[in-house]
Design a protein around this ligand. Structure first.
Ligand code: ATP
Ligand code: MG
Length: 299
């Protein structure tokens, strides 16, 4: 098992009298892709914002790369923030700067890298996300999906140790969601440690190493994608998954039903092979399995 990058213990956050995070404990290991799901207001964004100290936790500890960053001094906090990339629903690009300058601003200002080195790095990263030809464009000349890919590249230019994503595709038109998820998948494949809040359940199932279900300021359930998505759950998790499964593909519905039926039975190898064959046929009718109720319009 790989090394722990972020160790979070008893994390609490209150806004005035409202306690939003009620003691969260979890470890995030290097190379893990942790996907957070859960109902609105459950504390997902607040948890992410506490992780990179955009919000100061009220209680608890976050040990990042060996240092408790909650109680660290401002200089350490600033360094830590620069080592955690964060991508939001809205892209927050500087409108008056070209794509290239948006990307190289922080490496130049914070890291003091040269004009030439930052340009070369920015172009390489843009090429990696298929936007090499947009270096000289301004943000308003880009589509939502392109802007979000630039926002991801801008974070990557700081060579972060972990990338935090807060609903990176929720503001996008449906046809642009895939291109952003593909970039995230590519990052995951290349070993980037990631924590992502998303309603894209297909992404969670395919890419996550672990899924956290946040509800009422607590981690109410946690498991591998198979443990979360392929089993029947009671309580709030069951209710939540029931809602997001509205947009589930036909194949996944069949699979989920079958797994429920088969839960307590012995299944032979032949039977399993036959089932897989049947499901393979059904997959031609499969569609996405994101949550259509959560889609927002582009700003
Ligand atoms: N700056 C703030 N001041 C006061 N209350 C806040 C602040 N930020 C968040 N909250 C409250 O904390 C709770 C959790 O909010 P949070 O944004 O973390 O939820 P979420 O799980 O990300 O929800 P969503 O799925 O809608 O994005 C909510 O009740 C929210 O109103
Ligand atoms: Mg949120």
């Amino acid at each position: 098992m790989s090394e722990t990058l972020l160790s979070i213990k008893g994390l609490k956050k209150s806004f005035g009298k409202l306690e939003v995070l009620k003691g969260l404990t979890t470890d995030i290991r290097k190379g893990e892709v942790v996907v957070m799901i859960g109902p609105s207001g459950g504390g997902k964004s607040t948890f992410l914002r506490c992780m990179n100290l955009l919000e100061q936790p009220t209680e608890g500890s976050i040990v990042f790369d060996g240092i408790d960053i909650v109680s660290a001094d401002e200089a350490v906090k600033n360094r830590v923030r620069s080592e955690m990339g964060m991508v939001f629903q809205h892209f927050n690009l500087f409108p008056h700067l070209t794509v290239l300058d948006n990307i190289r601003l922080a490496p130049r200002l914070v890291r003091g890298h040269s004009h030439y080195a930052t340009a070369r790095q920015a172009l390489e990263l843009l090429d990696r996300v298929g936007l090499a030809d947009k270096a000289k464009a301004y943000p308003q000349q880009l589509s939502g999906g392109q802007k979000q890919r630039v926002a991801i590249v801008r974070s990557l230019a700081m060579e972060p140790k972990v990338m935090l994503f807060d609903e990176p595709t929720s503001a996008l038109d449906p046809e642009m969601v895939g291109e952003v998820l593909d970039v995230m998948k590519d990052l995951a494949k290349n070993g980037m440690t990631m924590v992502a809040v998303t309603h894209e359940m297909r992404f969670a199932r395919d890419v996550a190493s672990r899924v956290l279900f946040l509800e009422g300021g607590r981690i109410a359930a946690e498991g591998t994608p198979a443990e979360i998505f392929d089993r029947k759950h009671d309580g709030r998790l069951g209710e939540f998954l029931g809602k997001v499964h509205v947009g589930m593909g036909f194949r996944d519905k069949v699979k989920s039903e079958l797994l429920d039926i088969l839960e307590d039975r012995e299944v032979s190898e032949e039977e399993l092979a036959r089932l897989k064959e049947l499901l393979g046929g059904a997959s031609r009718q499969s569609d996405g399995f994101s949550n259509p109720t959560k889609r927002r319009t582009t700003q």
